[in-house]
Design a binder for this molecule. Structure first.
Ligand SMILES: Cc1cc2nc3c(=O)[nH]c(=O)nc-3n(C[C@H](O)[C@H](O)[C@H](O)COP(=O)(O)O)c2cc1C
Length: 342
């Protein structure tokens, strides 16, 4: 059985990529993931927001005139970077480039760096350049501009995605992928347009941890850090719809917890899948089980390679493309026998 695949133009021994998280926040963590069977690893993101808040704290805590805090003058431009503690930014960047270098030195699978910056920050470009220089095999832009911003027009917000991509692509030559959410008004055409920008891949979709309520204390509390397998339905549907309509690789993400999930996403048309929650829940050795389950299934179906079954159930190739549309949903539930009513 040959489980190798191509993702972002990179050769992967199998399609299971460990998504960005604390699991890949140290070189030792990355080594363990590779040893357990990962096809590639996305490093924990370098978050501009974290650097910003850390800088603010340093600035607050530092008495005026303390020489240990310098202010970063970026081409004399007026932007939030001017208020950073220069050292905090440099320390974070150095730690991240060291993570890339040490990870690269300890594994022989692709190491993908990940960045997340503020809305219209020029740091997307500065970080991208540094991470390429440090030796990352590819770059994942974790781009999420909250749909709770009521101050800017939709067109303006969407245009930013394209502007940032253009600027990043102009300064790096390694493959660049984009990890997005499904919060777009016109999701299908937006995914297609993004795929035509020159990026090497799209990750469908990022997941954000949601708040919950504690009804005893009547308080908002953090919850649902990890996904459940039921959450895979969203990306399965959209990977299947978009598989033949995009001009770049596709990775499925969110809710993929086992070999069955991996197989389904490849049948939908994914080149690779990203997994995180299942490894927190079941341990990183679960990667090996997922690869084995994929191989066993391929063997049972007489399938020799990933391209032999990739996209077989995509909307374009499936024998029932209407299944992906709402009309089919209505037809399904019009059949009273299917409804679990008593
Ligand atoms: C503890 C934890 C930390 C995460 N950190 C990051 C991160 O740094 N950058 C990022 O792009 N996504 C991050 N994610 C999101 C995951 O990469 C992934 O998109 C999400 O968990 C959905 O995949 P899953 O269902 O396999 O968990 C994190 C998720 C978890 C649970």
């Amino acid at each position: 059985m040959d489980t190798s695949t191509s993702y972002l133009g990179l050769s992967l021994k199998n399609p299971i990529v460990v998504g960005s998280s604390g699991l890949s926040g140290t070189a030792e963590g990355v080594r363990r993931l590779a040893e357990s069977g990962a096809g590639a690893v996305v490093l924990k993101s370098l978050f501009q927001e974290e650097i910003f808040f850390e800088s603010e704290k340093v600035i607050r805590d530092t008495k005026k005139g303390d020489a240990s805090v310098q202010y970063f003058d970026y081409d004399g431009r007026k932007n939030p970077i001017e208020f950073y503690g220069y050292k905090v930014r440099e320390d974070n960047l150095n730690r991240y480039t060291t993570l890339i270098q040490e990870s690269k030195a300890s594994v022989d699978i692709p190491v993908i760096a990940s960045i997340n910056c503020f809305f219209d920050s020029i740091e997307w470009i500065a970080f991208a350049k540094e991470l390429e220089k440090a030796g990352a095999d590819a770059l994942e832009l974790n781009m999420f501009f909250p749909p709770t911003n009521f101050n800017n027009e939709r067109k303006e917000k969407e245009a930013l995605y394209f502007q940032i991509i253009d600027k990043v692509l102009a300064v790096v030559s390694i493959p660049v992928s984009l990890k997005i959410t499904h919060y777009f008004t016109d999701l299908g055409p937006m995914i297609q347009k993004l795929s035509q920008t020159g990026i090497a891949g799209l990750v469908l979709f990022n997941r954000f941890f949601s708040p919950d309520f504690d009804i005893k204390k009547i308080e908002v509390v953090p919850s649902y850090l990890f996904s459940t397998p039921a959450e895979m339905a969203l990306s399965l549907r959209w990977v299947a719809i978009m598989a033949e309509k995009v001009s770049c690789s596709l990775a499925a993400s969110t809710g993929i917890h086992d070999g069955e999930g991996v197989i389904k996403q490849i049948l939908a048309g994914a080149d690779a899948v990203q997994v995180v929650s299942t490894l927190y829940k079941n341990g990183v050795k679960h990667l090996g089980t997922m690869v084995e389950d994929l191989e066993t299934w391929m063997g049972s179906k007489g399938i020799k390679t990933i391209p032999d079954f990739k996209g077989r159930l995509s909307q374009e190739k499936s024998s029932d493309p209407a299944m992906y549309e709402r009309a089919q949903f209505m037809k399904y539930f019009a059949d009273k026998k299917r409804l679990p009513v008593t």
